[in-house]
Design a protein around this ligand. Sequence first.
Ligand code: HAM
Length: 416
Amino acid sequence: MIQSPRGTRDFLPDEMERRRFYEGILRQTARRYGFREIQTPIFEEAELFIMRSGPNILNELYAFKDKGGRDLALRPEMTAPAIRSFVNNMSNEPRPIKVFYFGQCFRYERPQSGRYREFFQFGAEIIGAATPQTDAEVIAAAIDMIGALDLKDYKVRIGHIGVLRKGLVSAGVPAESMPEILQKLDKKLYEEAWPLMEAAGVERKDAEAVFELAGTVGGEEVLSMISGEESDYLRQILSYLSAMGIDAPEIDLGVVRGLDYYTGMVFEVEAPALGAEKQICGGGSYTLSELFGGDKVFSTGFAIGFDRILLALEKEGASAPLEKPDAYVVAVSNETSLKAFEIVGILRRNGVSADIDLADRKMAKAMKHASSIGSRFAVIVGNEELKTDSVTLRDMTSGEQKVVKIDDLPSEIKDH
Ligand code: HAM
């Protein structure tokens, strides 16, 4: 038997309805912030992701050659595609441009709970603004989206990539060693960072100072430990967040992010209930457009790991409403079968979701099916009632039945 590829999933109807329900909430919230949706291709020129995504993403890239010999890759994330599309199509539009996107991404990772090779991101980018207000707006949108889903237990941490970068520069780390060392610091793997730093000529005491910085977490008071620009900038973000009524996030100077393109504020949201794969959202400010042939344009954005946030909601016992058909139409005998199809047509044209027996089932079996699919009503089409252009309408919950004119049937069902 052929199975779906490792790290991918099939979503069956109940799960799909649940996913669409939550996706709808995210979409509505994004619109409320003035973000408008874009869609970009699932595969791109591999170069787009090779340029600046960093070592982690490169190792996980699904890259291939097409029949024309082009080097392509399935997208591992959607920020680079969004900025490519901005450079190609939107660079003359008034800025800032606010876009959001939802779709699947692909990373060749070791699959486990909450970590897949095909997963979904819901993300947003503000392109063409470099202000604390922009960063605050992005963080607020992410927090409001998570809140709109009604997730209760999550934690937001914000930092500034400039802090560790400066720390590493003053410890003597050359630019080319920076990405690999930052990735180790991101994962708090200090003992793995040390040999890389030592090889770059860093002294142990300077490395210790960097490790201490990377481990600094707390409230606003943490900002007094760092100098100048970065702390002022983060402080301003906190004031704008507070003005918008958003609870103060934790300051974590060790937030580095797994991608390489960030230049300023960085933030992550985690849901502790998820254990190892607890990061449900990540983002920050960056520039990419100049790499893709455009001007240098500052942007800020984030992506929510849609699958992970759904797992976190499930752990909290949240449930999404499942839509059931309003009516199931049953012909009492073969003689009324055509009439039953006429009635199902009338119902559907009048906005009632209606299903019908397709298997020539006997009445009792058809009624059983109506109840197993959770239909609210059964419409029983029998010869006797048809003489007065009527049918029997049965409320499947209470079991009550009444005879209803076919003309009145759609409103009778919709009003209940
Ligand atoms: P990222 O942190 O690499 O950031 O991914 C965003 C989110 O996608 C993660 O926080 C996580 O929830 C989810 N995710 C990542 N990998 C997997 C996986 N294998 N399985 C399930 N979920 C996963 C970005 O992708 C950036 N583009 C975010 C961004 C937008 N930065 C600026 N704008």
